[in-house]
Design a protein around this ligand. Structure first.
Ligand code: UD1
Ligand code: UDP
Length: 364
């Protein structure tokens, strides 16, 4: 079976890292990198650290408006698909990259496999929500990370026969890399003591591109930084905008985005995490560190319902309130840890197995 996988952003590269080698073994497998992310620390560093093979095609589309970026990707992907004629195309999650991959393939009548299908925030102002809905509805096989995602798709009329519950590959990525992560000197390099700092990440367009929301979050962080060290690896989208936002207190350690190993070590040893990232909400559960979500809704409701993550909203006082409880009440932290990880290992194998079963035909 001829399989194409399309990816192009940091979380796609990381979450597909345990899947790609399995696909290589099983199928005739071609990888297209769209180049949606391209800075060394958003892209190439993960290939080096995670020992990933080079993509077969690099489209180098870079940044632009949604329409231009997505269109450029579609043109590049379509050419390759017409030439290579794969049996299926895999896309992952909800950036513009999987949208372009899914549309290009579906229009050529090539079945699309959507990995991390069915997530919904029910907020159509998020570009990711539009992308997910469109990708899900033009995919043939929908591989979901949790039951909520399965139910979301069924309630939109997607047939159960096209859906499989496989789990999230993030646990496999963490398990593969946690030992190497422990060897990094990131805590020492940043002058941090395990358990004595919090990690912040922010990059969702609905947070960064709305001055009132962004300033509200910064206000909360500035307040918290008087009580505990805050480390903030800054996403390039956010970096571009911070100059126009409320000043971040000097006591917040603003740093460049980290490689995966250093980042994993950083979050594993944090007291807790404050984030609007999808992947980091799942990673927090995998490394057993409480996670405060600086958003008004989340796709990973199961982690919130299980008591692992806390949906704080973007309100300054609410972020401060939830965080101060975690800072001041050790028993609350322990309560969260006692629940244990919700996400289980093994999704990567299941993905390859489900694809093989559904479409038939491996290379052996
Ligand atoms: C994208 C995804 C988002 C995902 C995130 C992961 C979409 C619509 N959004 O958001 O779902 O959570 O990736 O990180 O696809 N930039 C650089 N260097 C890079 C990449 C980006 O400087 O390597 C800057 C550019 O100024 C660019 C901006 O970041 O305009 C935003 O990049 P873009 O790829 O459009 O979206 P992300 O915010 O990264
Ligand atoms: N990540 C990283 N370095 C950083 C910040 C994040 O390697 O400085 C990793 C993190 O471990 C996770 C992924 O990037 O696996 C999450 O990506 P991001 O937050 O950009 O996107 P999202 O998951 O929200 O789509």
């Amino acid at each position: 079976m001829k399989v194409v996988t399309v990816f192009g952003t940091r979380p796609e590269i990381i979450k597909l890292s345990p899947v790609t080698p399995l696909m290589d073994k099983k199928f005739e497998h071609v990888i297209i990198h769209t180049g949606q992310h391209y800075n060394y620390e958003m892209d190439k560093i993960f290939f080096d650290e995670l020992e990933l093979r080079n993509p077969d095609y690099s489209l180098n589309v870079g940044s632009d408006t949604h329409a231009v970026q997505t269109a450029k990707m579609m043109v590049g992907i379509e050419k390759i698909l017409m030439d290579y004629k794969p049996d299926i195309v895999n896309v992952f999650a909800d950036p513009n990259t999987p949208l372009a991959g899914a549309l290009a393939a579906a229009k050529l009548n090539i079945p699309v496999v959507h990995i991390e299908a069915g997530c919904r925030s029910f907020n159509k102002k998020m570009p990711e929500e539009i992308n997910r809905i469109l990708v899900d509805h033009c995919s043939e096989l929908l591989l979901a990370s949790d039951k909520t995602a399965v139910n979301n798709m069924i309630s939109e009329g997607i047939h159960e026969k096209n859906i499989r519950l496989v789990g999230s590959t993030i646990v496999d990525a963490v398990n593969r890399n946690i030992k190497l992560a422990r060897k990094t000197g990131v805590l020492k390099n940043l002058g941090l003591k395990a358990g004595a700092y919090i990690v912040l990440t922010l990059h969702r367009a609905e947070n960064t591109d709305n001055a009132e929301v962004l300033n509200g979050i910064i206000k909360a962080i500035n307040h918290l930084s008087k009580k505990i060290a805050v480390v903030f690896p800054v996403h390039p989208r956010t970096q571009k905008i911070l100059g126009r936002a409320l000043k971040i207190s000097d006591s917040v350690k603003r740093i460049e985005p980290l490689g995966y190993l250093e980042f994993l070590q950083l979050i594993s040893n944090a007291k807790f995490i404050i984030t609007d990232s999808g992947g980091i909400q799942e990673e927090a559960d995998a490394v057993d560190v409480p996670c405060v979500i600086a958003r008004n809704e989340t796709e990973w409701v199961e982690l919130v319902d299980a008591g692992r993550n806390i949906l704080a909203s973007t309100d300054t006082e609410k972020i401060i309130g939830v965080s101060e409880t975690l800072l001041n009440d050790e028993s609350r932290l322990n309560e969260i840890k006692k629940i244990g990880s919700v996400r289980k290992a093994g999704a990567s194998q299941k993905i390859v197995g489900e694809i093989e079963e559904y479409f038939g035909g491996s290379k052996k």
